[in-house]
Design a protein around this ligand. Structure first.
Ligand SMILES: Cc1cc2nc3c(=O)[nH]c(=O)nc-3n(C[C@H](O)[C@H](O)[C@H](O)COP(=O)(O)O)c2cc1C
Length: 179
């Protein structure tokens, strides 16, 4: 028996990222779990309009998407607890500017730099539609064909009901070869 629990968002666990953007000439960082894939070239970031980072994204139209793993989870979590509206977070990470000018976290093993192509306004959220322009990956987690090796790289996941972090686990099987 399944019970209808109402319109409960149930698409978890979701990968945790730190979004980076320049705001008034300094980097700012925000923890985000509500992000999604669009086509094979774009992703969407769902961010509360009042966030300090949104101001920089709207102005510059470039962001970095830094995928969190356990090695820097503590520092990433802090970016979800304090706002640039009140506290200067610009010194939180060593960073490098990408080709489009987005600040990218040095200790993140995977960072996508993106250009913002559109903003879908919904219920107090800026939903940034982003085109990926470059993906920077630590060579230690790359395969010979320059693909990310998810046997080595374990993104942190977030689940809403108990507000906890998990990480990706074991391989269950090869896609389209299960039968
Ligand atoms: C686990 C976790 C996930 C979060 N996910 C999101 C999210 O998907 N979208 C969002 O707008 N805020 C999210 N937040 C809240 C922001 O990270 C937080 O309000 C942050 O302080 C905003 O920073 P800023 O004002 O400097 O941009 C999340 C926070 C935590 C702890």
């Amino acid at each position: 028996m399944k019970k209808n629990t109402g319109a409960q968002l149930a698409l978890y666990p979701a990968p945790v990222i730190v979004v980076g953007a320049m705001v008034d000439g300094k980097p700012n960082w925000t923890l985000v779990a509500h992000a999604g894939i669009m086509a094979h070239s774009h992703l969407m970031l769902s961010m509360v309009k009042a966030h300090y980072t949104n101001k920089g994204i709207r102005e510059n139209k470039v962001v970095s998407v830094n995928v969190v793993d356990a090695s820097w989870l503590k520092a990433a979590d802090k970016m979800g607890c304090v706002s640039g509206n009140k506290t200067d977070k610009s010194e939180a990470f060593a960073y490098t500017l990408g080709g489009k000018g987005a600040p990218m976290i040095d200790e993140a093993k995977v960072t996508m730099e993106c250009e913002v192509e559109d903003i879908y306004d919904l219920q107090g959220f800026d939903n940034f539609i982003c085109r990926i322009t470059g993906t920077y990956v630590d060579e230690d987690i790359l395969t010979e064909k320059d693909k990310i090796d998810y046997r080595k790289f374990k993104p942190v996941l977030f689940q809403f009901p108990t507000y906890e972090y998990l990480e990706t686990g074991d391989i269950l099987g090869a896609c389209m070869k299960m039968n």
